[in-house]
Design a protein around this ligand. Structure first.
Ligand code: FE2
Ligand code: FE2
Length: 202
């Protein structure tokens, strides 16, 4: 069966040969669920890291560093400042969707990590591009103070700090970034956390 269907099937694992979900019986779902946990434990962080690593040699459209280096610098700065591991991983992945999903890249990162991170980081990721406006006064059409709509929110100060220290100032080609390998175990530990439910209004 394995040779006949796909070289990607894994030896030693069982597979449901039905081709529509409507045909799946309880025993089939049980089989999937038996293997699902192991699969995600092995694959989830690896695939996330691969998304970032894949952009390593991509060109930049005008900044002195590409998005990969920006992410590495952000994470390295967070690490050097002694931030907690979750904040370092959030820094590493905050712009992982910057090219693939530009206008909603904050929501992209929030969705990617949302089940595993604090409310403060979830909130910050969603809004970090708007907080960035403060630091881009001459960007055409910018609403520089748009972040003020959230002034007084418990996570306002963290979003302001993250953007000021680890985002808008993380495009220096001379900065000595730690290699991605340094952050890999941190990413693995984050995605190994038990996921919590998130709702669009959070
Ligand atoms: Fe961003
Ligand atoms: Fe950024």
């Amino acid at each position: 069966m394995k040779d006949r269907y796909s070289p990607l099937l894994r030896s030693g694992w069982d597979y449901v040969e039905k081709v529509s979900l409507e045909e799946f019986k309880a025993a089939d779902w049980a089989l999937l669920n038996r293997q699902r946990g192991t699969y995600y434990a092995e694959e989830q962080a690896r695939q996330v890291l691969r998304m970032l690593a894949d952009s390593k040699d991509d060109a930049t459209f005008g900044y002195m560093v590409n998005n990969y280096r920006h992410c590495l610098q952000s994470a390295t700065m967070a690490m050097h400042d002694g931030l907690e591991e979750e904040d370092i991983v959030v820094a590493l992945l905050h712009d992982i969707g910057f090219i693939a999903c530009p206008s909603m890249h904050g929501a992209f990162a929030a969705a990617l990590m949302g089940a595993y991170i604090s409310d403060r980081n979830y909130w910050m990721l969603h809004r970090h591009a708007i907080f960035q406006n403060l630091h881009s006064p001459e960007l055409p059409g910018v609403k520089q103070h748009e972040r003020e709509r959230w002034r007084g929110h418990p996570h306002f100060d963290w979003a302001a700090t993250f953007v000021a220290k680890y985002d808008q100032a993380a495009t220096d080609p001379a900065y000595d970034c730690a290699p991605l390998e340094v952050f890999e175990p941190m990413v693995q530990r984050l995605f190994a956390r038990p996921p919590k439910p998130r709702y669009p209004t959070d």
